[in-house]
Design a protein around this ligand. Structure first.
Ligand SMILES: [Zn+2]
Length: 830
């Protein structure tokens, strides 16, 4: 019996739907989401069982059972009943069914019993009867006993809220003791009884993601560790007790090397190293991070790509000149050799330059000066000659800054099993701000300061971010000096962002999903597959549209099937391009983002950050609520204050309708106008409760006089109506009659008393009770005064001008009263 990860993911979504935002009420997990806890335990159990299977301790079916036992281990919380009542085989079967599990193998009596055992015995204080049964019945072998320990471990382990396990040594010890129990039960076949953990102290978007990615591979491949959980701030592994870590310095050295060799980083550096701009060949500072032959290759590519416009040999010579100038600058005692080599290759002196800024003239000058340009030697051969002549000097004089700074960064931020090199973090912190202030020494993004760490930002190195877009002095978008300075760590972060294919763009919103769960790699891949499949329209099951599909349709009207880029890592990044028309309206964009975030949160147990910035820092991911929309507009804030309603609203209107409705709301001048629109659309919203809730959110129920009049009108309508349910017209008749009389009234010739009389007269037509008619008329007058800001005549005009709005508000209040009376009747019946 092997259940696919995809199926398991669906079970998680279903469970999440079933439990919603229910929280643990007491105990060590108080305040935490039950669904998240169950999911975590399922993941951890699954991973541990998988490892035990690979060591021949468990069978393959136990891996699936571990997952489902983990997911169901708190049956009492799922069913809100006592453990004894809620762990019968029937109940387990029912819950599995409700999670959409279709594998019949799982429902075999024996398997259900195994799940039942795990549910009952995962705690020290399991059911006594079960324990006896367990020991008596022979059909439960040792494997099942081990499985209950697996669940027990996972349950305990989920008390950690981040990867820094050293913060709770007792808990760590307690988890490890369960691992040792498994070791004993498996006769030593299982020997990973120690928890190994790595933590990065600060978060820096893609830099952190990439470090974790490379580090994870390194630890698994080279250090034989088994991954068991991932947190936003670190990774946890199972290790063999006797495994002594090598010195941290070695790990950092190796990690830095692998990081810079990472395909994406190497590509990002290569891409940026040499560019051709309006001023000619330009080298970025990362050019000198590469090996010389790679740099020459890139220069060769650039030169050839421009040969239709200019002489490619001349372009190459210009590039060579730039390289040698830079080497000369750092040349020290090698300066003369560098000069000589250049003269030898190019045929003229290093300092000699064309005065013209016009490219055509510049390359003509170079062609005149350099014999190579007019020689028959091919550019490729010449490039080879350059490599052999200059490599030595280049190796001596070029500075590999990135590696140095990456090592320094890791030295400060990486801790392994609670150990880190820089013990005095505060001291390091103070040091990094020692020159804070002067723009030349202060990073304009993160504030790090120091003489050597901060360099001029280069457009070529940033992932399509215009350097002019940020500054530490003067207004944003200022296109002049001072030059923008960034620290080497931000520079590394730029490169990592590029390497991961994430771009800065004004026209995109980025959803960052911060997992509350330990999503194992295989599940991340399953999730990725699922999302991709549905995006490309190849998914055949349509019970639930893919989340990304839903989001895309919201942001990109009519473009459902567009391939969406999703970057999976410790956190998941979903950049969403926004169409031109919506761009300016952050108010509406942030509202759509807020609704999307609610839906994401409902489907996947993650915290959601919505931002336009991709250069994330630690501050950005530290937020209290589960959803954070950066710089949210007023409307978005309103949405986030009433999450349940808006989520349902978003969930029900899954297609472009949602967009239209939202825009209709957003274009209203005041909250009351929105409430009136809600009334207009009352019947469109399902489930039933949404319309009344929205109406209330926008204050539709808070106009006292309307409420008073609506109560009366409702009573009258019931009295008059022969059928049980009065029509809309019957409900609103007294209000409409009163408005008619207001229209009739002529403020030029008649005074207020006449108006009062007119209203009373018109209202009296709807009721026999003089007293009630008077009450209604008084409320109406007071209402007129309110909307006229104390003046009856102004109120009259406002009412006539906004007739539809107030009529809708009145009708809405009646609908609300009807709705409230039916629901309270229902709840009384129950
Ligand atoms: Zn910085």
């Amino acid at each position: 019996m092997i259940v696919q990860e995809e199926q398991m993911l669906k079970s998680i979504y279903e469970l999440k739907k079933r439990l919603g935002e229910a929280k643990h009420e007491s105990g060590s997990k108080a305040g935490r989401s039950i669904a998240d806890h169950l999911t975590n335990v399922a993941f951890t159990s699954y991973l541990l069982a998988q490892y035990l299977y690979s060591r021949n301790v468990l069978d393959d079916r136990h891996v699936t059972l571990a997952f489902y036992a983990g997911l169901l281990h708190d049956m009492n919380k799922i069913l809100s009943r006592s453990l004894r009542q809620s762990s019968s085989l029937e109940e387990i079967k029912e819950v599995l069914n409700s999670l959409g599990v279709s594998e019949s193998d799982l429902f075999v009596q024996e398997n259900l019993q195994i799940i039942q055992m795990c549910v009952s015995l995962h705690q020290e204080t399991g059911l006594v009867g079960m324990e006896l049964l367990f020991n008596r019945e022979e059909k439960f072998d040792k494997k099942v006993k081990i499985l209950t320990k697996v669940i027990k471990f996972a349950d305990k382990f989920d008390n950690f809220s981040n990867a820094d396990l050293e913060k709770d040594r007792r808990l760590k010890e307690s988890c490890e003791s369960v691992l040792r129990e498994i070791q004993t039960l498996s006769d030593g076949k299982f020997d990973r009884t120690t928890l190994f953990h790595v933590v990065l102290k600060e978060y820096r978007g893609m830099l952190t993601e990439l470090i974790f990615e490379v580090l994870n591979d390194l630890l698994i491949e080279k250090h034989d560790l088994f991954p068991i959980a991932r947190f936003p701030n670190g990774l946890v592994y199972l290790s063999k007790g006797d495994q002594r870590e090598e010195p941290l310095e070695h790990l950092i050295f190796e990690l830095s090397q692998r990081f810079l060799d990472h395909e994406g980083i190497a590509r990002a550096i290569f891409q940026d190293s040499v560019t051709f701009e309006s001023t000619g060949v330009r080298l970025s500072s990362s050019a000198f991070e590469m090996k010389f032959n790679r740099l020459i290759d890139k220069l060769l590519m650039i030169s050839i790509s421009k040969k239709d416009k200019f002489n490619e040999k001349a372009i190459f010579i210009e590039g060579l000149q730039r390289i040698c100038e830079e080497l000369y600058r750092n040349g020290g005692s090698h300066r003369d050799s560098i000069k000589e080599k250049f003269k030898l290759l190019a045929g003229f002196n290093l300092g000699q330059k064309s005065k013209s800024q016009v490219l055509q003239e510049k390359y003509e000058t170079i062609s005149r000066l350099s014999p190579f340009v007019n020689s028959s030697e091919s550019l490729e051969d010449f490039a080879k000659r350059c490599v052999s002549e200059l490599t030595d000097l280049y190796e001596k004089r070029s500075k590999r800054n990135l590696k140095t700074y990456l090592e320094r960064y890791l030295t400060i931020n990486l801790s392994v099993c609670g150990y880190n090199i820089v013990e005095q973090y505060t001291k390091e912190f103070v040091r990094s701000f020692r020159r804070y202030g002067p723009h030349k020494y202060t990073c304009s993004i993160c504030g790090t300061s120091g003489e050597d760490e901060v360099v001029e930002a280069e457009s070529a190195e940033t992932p399509s971010l215009k350097v002019q877009m940020f500054t530490n002095r003067g207004p944003a978008h200022k296109r002049m000096d001072p030059k923008r300075h960034v620290c080497q760590y931000c520079r590394l972060q730029f490169l990592a962002t590029k390497a991961k294919g994430l771009n800065y763009s004004d026209s995109q919103i980025v959803f960052v999903l911060l997992p509350e769960n330990y999503y194992p790699d295989s599940f991340l891949r399953a999730m990725e597959e699922q999302v991709k499949k549905e995006l490309n329209g190849t998914s055949n099951e349509s019970s639930q549209p893919a989340m990304s599909d839903v989001i895309v349709s919201l942001f990109k009207k009519g473009k459902k099937k567009e391939q969406l880029k999703i970057i999976f890592g410790n956190m998941v990044y979903i950049p969403i391009p926004v169409s031109g028309n919506d761009l300016q309206k952050w108010k509406s964009l942030s509202a759509m983002a807020a609704i999307s975030a609610l839906r994401i949160r409902h489907r996947i147990p993650v915290r959601v950050l919505v931002t336009k910035d991709v250069q994330l820092l630690q501050d950005d991911i530290e937020f209290d609520e589960n959803i954070w929309v950066k710089d949210a507009g007023v409307f978005a804030k309103k949405i986030l204050l009433n999450r349940g309603v808006w989520r349902q609203f978003g969930e029900y209107l899954q297609d472009t309708n949602l967009r239209d409705y939202l825009f209709e709301f957003l274009s209203q001048p005041t909250d009351l106008d929105v409430a009136a629109v809600v009334v207009k659309r009352w019947e469109d919203f399902k489930p039933m409760a949404i319309a009344p809730s929205l109406f209330k959110i926008f204050g539709g129920d808070r106009v006292e006089e309307i409420r008073k009049m609506a109560e009366l009108a409702r009573r009258w309508a019931f009295r008059r109506s022969s059928e049980s349910k009065p029509t809309e017209y019957q409900y609103t008749k007294p209000f409409l009659d009163a408005i008619k009389s207001v229209r009739k009234f002529d403020p030029k010739t008649e005074d207020e008393e006449v108006l009062e009389a007119l209203i009373f007269e018109s209202v009296s037509r709807s009721t026999d009770s003089q007293n009630e008619a008077k009450e209604f008329a008084d409320a109406f007058l007071s209402f007129l005064k309110r909307i006229g800001e104390g003046n009856l005549i102004n109120g009259r005009e406002t009412l006539i001008l906004n007739y539809a709005k107030y009529r809708n508000l009145f009708l809405g209040t009646i609908k609300l009263l009807v709705y409230e009376s039916t629901t309270s009747k229902k709840s009384k019946e129950v």
